[in-house]
Design a protein around this ligand. Structure first.
Ligand code: DGY
Length: 326
């Protein structure tokens, strides 16, 4: 049991090393890398006042910690934490928006370019010596010229992507739960309508029940045989078996994916497809950005225990008035 007067923070599951070190500078830390709460003594469970987590935190773990006050989620998408359940128990939840926006937007644009211009295959062609042995890499079927990109989820990251893509001269449209009044991009009232009017459908929407498998066979049919899907949001938003069928059968042309339904597992059929670019969920994964994310988790916990207003409480906590400890 800790002897210092710092609050005990449970770091649940694998966690960024810089972020872990930052928490260690400010708090007593117990790192449960195994995610097995059975490894905690009853005394430790009773001492934990905060949890830091990157990904899924089961409600049963929250419920097994009687002194828990706050959960700091490392990542902007907090679909792995049941923030409503936490609020019912008076537990605040924070996430890490803004600090990763530009990094994720950079990666999204890179993924668009890689997928459209087959840069991953072209790179392999140069690296393997095929250029010398067999000649030039074939001309690509697609170009960004004259294309329309439809963004599903025009929030902070979606806007940062749209700003970048504007400079490429592509047309931008979007679909959100409701139309924004502060942007000039055309709005499509349904995801299917957005897919229909886009060459490239780019998903940035968060995970959770409201977006679960929203990109289904019908949306992919609407995107069409020359259509490209890019996903930097959540894998859960796509009906993955339907996507694999669509890619195999030419219902859509190609996909660039940074997120998957059951990470880190990627179905073999998807891995075998040449018309895909597959990234291992790296949109925000630079050391600089991850340090900022880890610092923001720690800042929120510090503010909470100092009785100050949280920097980035999630909406469910705001609605429940869980924005400071005082
Ligand atoms: C997030 O922040 O939600 C990202 O997916 C993590 O890289």
């Amino acid at each position: 049991m800790p002897t210092s007067t710092q609050p005990l923070v449970l770091v649940y599951g694998p966690y960024n090393a810089d972020g872990l070190a930052e928490l260690g500078r400010r708090f007593d830390v117990r790192h449960l890398a195994s995610r097995d709460p059975g490894e905690l003594s009853e005394a430790e469970r009773g001492e934990v006042r905060a949890v830091a987590v990157a990904g899924h935190l089961p409600n049963a773990v929250m419920d097994a910690l009687p002194a828990l006050e706050i959960v700091g989620h490392f990542g902007v998408g907090y679909d792995g934490v049941d923030a409503r359940h936490a609020a019912e128990r008076g537990i605040a939840v924070t996430n890490t928006p803004d600090v990763l926006t530009e990094e994720v937007a950079d990666t999204a644009v890179a993924l668009v370019l890689m997928t459209v211009r087959e840069l991953h295959h072209a790179e392999a062609h140069a690296r393997s010596g095929e250029w010398e042995r067999k000649g030039a890499y074939p001309l690509t079927r697609f170009s960004l010229r004259g294309k329309t990109v439809g963004i599903m989820g025009l929030g902070r990251i979606g806007l940062a992507i749209a700003r970048r893509l504007e400079s490429f001269g592509v047309a931008i449209r979007y679909h959100n739960r409701s139309e924004r009044t502060d942007v000039a991009y055309p709005y499509d009232p349904s995801l299917e309508a957005l897919a229909q009017s886009s060459d490239i459908l780019l998903n940035v929407a968060p995970g959770g029940a409201s977006t679960d498998k929203a990109i289904d066979a019908g949306v992919l049919r609407a995107l069409g045989p020359d259509g490209i899907l890019i996903n930097v949001g959540r894998g859960s938003t796509v009906d993955e078996p339907a996507l694999i069928d669509a890619l195999e059968q030419g219902t859509i042309a190609a996909a660039g994916l940074d997120v998957f339904a059951d990470e880190p597992r990627i179905p073999e059929r998807l891995r075998n497809l040449r018309n895909t670019v597959l990234l291992p969920h790296v949109a925000s994964a630079s050391r600089d950005t991850r340090i900022l994310m880890g610092n923001l988790v720690a800042d929120n916990l510090s503010r909470w225990f100092a009785g100050e207003a949280l920097e980035t409480p999630v909406p469910e906590s705001q609605d429940a008035g869980l924005t400071s400890r005082a």
